[in-house]
Design a binder for this molecule. Structure first.
Ligand SMILES: [Zn+2]
Length: 158
C-alpha cells in the first residue's frame, strides 16, 4: 500500500506541470522498451540492449534484427499508430495529418481490426478485440516489417 501510495502521489505531482521532455522515467536495468506520445520519445533501457534481444557480432545478425530490431521498429511505429499519430513532433495533441490521410489510415486499420477480431482462444470462448488492441497490432506489424526490411538491406550490401 505504501508503494502504491508513493506511485500515486508521484504521478499526481506531474499534474498541471510542463511536460518534462528530457526526463528519463525508466530504470537502466528495466528489461522493456517504451514509446511516449507526449514527449515524442522512445526509450530502450540498458537492460533491454543485451541477450536475448541484442546479440552482438559473434552471432547471426538475424537474431538481433529479429529481437531488438523488431522492438525498435515496434516503438517507432507507435509514433504513427492510431494514438501516436494524433501527436505532433513536439508531443502536442495536434492534427498534423491531412484529412485524406486520416481517412485512408482509418480505412486501412479496419482490415487489421477485422483480422485480429478473427483470432479466437477456444478454451476461453473469446476472440481478440481488434479495435482495443489496434495500436499494439499496428506496432507489432510495423516493427517486424521494419526489422525484416532492415536485415534484407544490410544483407544486400554484402
Ligand atoms: Zn507497444
Amino acid at each position: 500500500m505504501q508503494t502504491l501510495r508513493f506511485i500515486a502521489q508521484s504521478d499526481l505531482s506531474w499534474l498541471r506541470r510542463t511536460v518534462p521532455r528530457t526526463e528519463w522515467f525508466t530504470n537502466p536495468t528495466t528489461v522493456n522498451a517504451f514509446y511516449s506520445s507526449s514527449t515524442n520519445q522512445i526509450r530502450f533501457p540498458a537492460g533491454e540492449l543485451q541477450k536475448p534481444f541484442f546479440w552482438g557480432r559473434d552471432y547471426p545478425r538475424s537474431l538481433t534484427y529479429g529481437a531488438i530490431g523488431v522492438i525498435v521498429g515496434h516503438e517507432l511505429t507507435h509514433g504513427f499508430d492510431n494514438n501516436g499519430g494524433k501527436y505532433d513532433k513536439d508531443g502536442n495533441m495536434e492534427q498534423w495529418w491531412s484529412n485524406a490521410s486520416i481517412t485512408a489510415f482509418t480505412d486501412k486499420t479496419q482490415c487489421m481490426i477485422d483480422q485480429y477480431n478473427s483470432y479466437r482462444w477456444e478454451e476461453a470462448g473469446l476472440n481478440v478485440r481488434g479495435k482495443r488492441t489496434l495500436a499494439e497490432n499496428i506496432a507489432d506489424n510495423g516493427g517486424i516489417r521494419a526489422a525484416f526490411e532492415g536485415l534484407q538491406k544490410v544483407d544486400r550490401r554484402e
